[in-house]
Design a protein around this ligand. Structure first.
Ligand code: 5GP
Ligand code: MN
Length: 339
């Protein structure tokens, strides 16, 4: 970080600090937020994590989870006041304010120093303190590295370590994605050294399904998976009615898109989920086919080269038709991609 010294100086006196992250936070978003929060509290700061929405039950075990303020659940005036009273806003695991959805206006309007810690492509936020690296496997990796750079490695305890490990574990696809460098394994090793129980973290995140979620997954795989070998694309659509039928909870659709990409020969997968007034899309790819570009160019979204998301304001069936047209348009590129 360019102005690390200034940040260190800024943090040398107790401050009111707000940490926020993207809508529907995943383990990296929330683990990074609570990991950083635990560290900053140790330095003597008053810290509040504010989430723009609810999040999956399988993240409730994260340390200090009960202190998180959730937009849509907690008093909006309390959230506004907390933001107004902050000396520093930390934006974690997102690069543009629209990722805060309905909460965006509260943060866009305030004029406070901002610390950005993120690994998404092309962040729009212009922060006071910038800790951005697209090569980082997870924002949690960046939190770990920032704490080390600040000379406070010894302040990373088991609770902070577990929160950061959760982010690294999930964003690397359990150490599977090409972003999983030697450094990532080294950090994981160091977290084990300080007492992080890696299989406990894994079990809490991945072996925490409700029966309904598993049956929903079975339904999606047997009834909703569409495979287009001529384009090397596989995808799912899911309607609001179907989600209701399976009593779908926040987080239940997470990871479904990965199953489509696991079919031999596939280059891109997608899931289109009908929400209240829009369709949420998730994309995954392999190799040089950039779903970041695809999501940005056609679905007002973005993310990483091989994992991205976006939204569509037209109905589900029309969104699917649009997707199919685009797949056709990109057929050449999809077929050229090496795997
Ligand atoms: P997921 O498909 O797991 O929701 O998201 C994959 C990646 O894309 C994550 O890094 C996530 O932050 C990002 N992402 C998901 N939806 C959006 C979106 O609507 N806009 C942008 N800019 N990024 C998104
Ligand atoms: Mn992330």
């Amino acid at each position: 970080m360019e102005n690390l010294k200034q940040l260190k100086e800024f943090l040398s006196k107790p401050k009111n600090i707000v940490i926020t992250t993207h809508h529907k936070p995943d383990a990296d978003a929330l683990g990074s937020s609570l990991g950083l929060s635990g560290y900053l509290k140790k330095l003597g700061h008053t810290v509040k994590v504010i989430s723009p929405s609810d999040y999956p039950r399988f993240l409730f075990w994260l340390p200090d989870n009960e202190s998180v303020l959730c937009f849509g659940k907690h008093d909006i005036n309390e959230i506004k006041k907390t933001v107004e009273n902050a000396d520093l806003i930390c934006c974690l695991d997102f690069g543009c304010y629209p990722r805060l959805e309905q909460m965006a206006s509260i943060f866009e309007q305030v004029n406070k120093p901002v610390l950005l810690i993120d690994h998404h492509i092309n962040p729009a936020i212009e922060p006071t303190y910038n800790y951005h690296d697209v090569k980082a496997a997870a924002t949690a990796q960046l939190i770990y590295e920032l704490i080390v750079e600040l000379g406070d490695k010894d302040k990373i305890d088991t609770a902070i370590g577990e929160a950061l490990y959760a982010g690294i574990l999930t964003d690397t696809g359990s150490f599977k994605h090409p972003s999983t460098t030697k450094k990532v394994h080294q950090i994981a090793g160091e977290l084990i050294d300080i007492g992080v129980n890696t299989s406990k973290v894994h079990n809490r995140i991945y072996d925490n399904n409700s029966e309904e979620r598993l049956r929903f997954l079975g339904y999606m795989l047997s009834n909703k998976l569409k495979v287009l070998p001529e384009y090397r694309v596989a995808y799912f659509t899911v309607s609001a009615e179907e989600l209701k039928k399976f009593n779908s909870q926040t987080g239940d659709t997470e990871g479904v898109v990965n199953y489509a990409l696991s079919i031999e020969g596939m280059v891109m997968s997608a899931i289109m989920i009908e929400r209240n007034d829009s369709v949420k899309l998730s994309f995954r790819s392999i190799g040089d086919f950039s779903v970041n570009d695809f999501a940005r160019d056609y679905f007002n979204g973005g993310g990483h080269k091989n994992a991205a998301g976006g939204t569509s304001a037209i109905p589900l069936t029309q969104t699917e038709a649009k997707f199919l047209e685009l797949v056709q348009k990109h057929q050449h590129q999809l077929l050229q991609t090496k795997n």
